[in-house]
Design a protein around this ligand. Structure first.
Ligand code: 9WN
Length: 425
């Protein structure tokens, strides 16, 4: 399965990746792909910034700054910023109804009411490292905003030390098997009639089911009815799941925030306390039966039993030790292309259905870099080479089949282009 990068002609792919960033640039922010996702998404945007760092450092910082223009007064950074209305995506700002949300305050940018994996601090730190002279003032200006974001996460979402999601969209892994038990606990009674837009852009076999969508929309209505009040949602929602993606990306970003604080001469005491809390929380996600980190439904205490690409973000989170290596090696051995979002031998595997099997470049970037840092050189190499091979053979798709590499979801995808420019090439 290994592929020598020397066999890939990188120059035309570099050019295509740059063209995609330009194509999806809407002036200060980038859409994930034209049509399917016409707004600014949180973690997509952080990756877009990373991609731009290889092209235009000023534009890279602008991407992150525009993302934080949508930050609520309570520190939360929403998962979607609706800068300009677009009927091509559902649910839009009218459905989210965040105008009078608790905690939004004076923020004038229309947005959703949930967040997404907080990779912004980590990727801003890398953008800074790409050009420290150009980034000095930008980093200083961004730091208090990043700190406020993380203070919100720790206050609103880290009651067990691990970081919880209140909606599957918040994990960025929408229909992962990780949420199946919690989603079964949501009775979508009273969902107002709606028309999906995603299945008009993309083959429905590559998207979540109607059963999933009914529950996604029910959870949006649930939050909106409580004015997005975190305390009420924490007490009353049937859906509250501790997530490895959120936990490990938060942990890594918190470590990077501490490094920023040191550089800027700021006090890092509060930040280092968060690292300790998150490390203890990460331990609660270790599922011995799986031999890997797993999602945990806080309403039942049950693990999902899901071996996923998120399981192997532990090294990106800065955890060390090799107890997850046997499960990783087993997963790699049964995946023609690494890393599948769900175990190809698991009972819920579906090679094209979104987060129930396909490979995602951004997850490979995070997991692969973590493996390299932890000294898992062979595994890191395999993940990076497979990412390059998938893109070289199938284009800059949203995601790919781990079995035969079929490109799936949207095309000319921003974060796939960014991952190519920043790492895979
Ligand atoms: C909902 C934009 C986003 C990504 C997510 C991915 C998908 C949205 C959707 O697209 O989610 O947020 O409508 O399917 O799952 O990770 O940020 O690319």
């Amino acid at each position: 399965m290994m592929h020598e990068l020397t066999e890939i002609d990188v120059a035309p792919l570099d050019a295509e990746a740059r063209r995609i960033l330009e194509l999806n640039d809407r002036g200060g922010y980038t859409v994930p792909t034209d049509g399917l996702y016409p707004y600014q998404w949180n973690w997509d945007s952080a990756f877009a910034g990373l991609g731009f760092a290889a092209v235009n450092i000023d534009r890279a910082w602008a991407e992150i700054e525009t993302l934080f223009s949508g930050q609520w007064d309570n520190g939360m950074v929403p998962h979607i910023l609706f800068h300009r209305p677009d009927p091509g995506y559902f649910p839009g700002p009218d459905v989210w109804g965040t105008e009078d949300a608790v905690g939004r305050g004076a923020c004038a940018v229309a947005s959703s009411g949930i967040s997404q994996p907080p990779v912004a601090a980590s990727l801003a730190w890398r953008i800074h490292q790409a050009n420290t002279a150009a980034g000095a003032d930008r980093l200083r200006a961004l730091f208090p905003k990043l700190l406020a974001y993380h203070r919100w996460i720790m206050a609103a979402r880290a009651e067990t030390g691990a970081v919880v999601i209140t909606h599957p969209w918040e994990a960025g892994r929408d229909n992962a098997p990780d949420w199946d038990e919690a989603m079964a606990g949501v009775d979508p009674v009273g969902v107002q009639p709606y028309t999906r837009r995603d299945t008009g852009h993309v083959d429905p076999r590559m998207r979540p089911t109607k059963e999933d969508y009914d529950r996604y929309i029910w959870l949006v209505q649930f939050g909106r009815d409580r004015k997005w009040d975190e305390a009420a949602i924490a007490t009353e929602s049937p859906f509250r799941v501790a997530d490895p993606t959120m936990t490990f990306t938060t942990l890594r970003s918190t470590r990077d925030l501490a490094a920023m604080a040191d550089l800027l001469g700021e006090d890092a005491g509060e930040i280092r306390d968060w690292v300790a809390t998150l490390e203890e929380g990460a331990e609660t996600l270790w599922n011995p039966a799986l031999g890997a980190y797993d999602a945990k439904n806080l309403r039942t205490g049950n693990f999902a039993g899901s071996l996923s690409n998120a399981s192997f973000l532990c090294w990106w989170g800065g955890l060390r030790g090799d107890r997850a290596v046997p499960a990783l090696d087993a997963l790699l051995a049964r995946s023609p292309y690494a890393l599948p979002s769900y175990d190809p031998e698991g009972p819920k595997f579906d090679h094209l259905r979104y987060w129930r099997g396909p490979v995602w470049g951004v997850m490979n970037y995070l997991a692969g870099n973590g493996m390299a840092e932890a000294g898992l050189t062979a595994q890191a190499d395999r993940v990076r080479r497979d990412t390059a091979r998938l893109i070289a053979e199938n284009g800059f798709a949203e995601y790919f089949s781990p079995i035969d590499g079929t490109p799936a979801g949207g095309a000319t995808f921003t974060w796939t282009a960014a991952v190519w420019l920043a790492w895979a090439s």
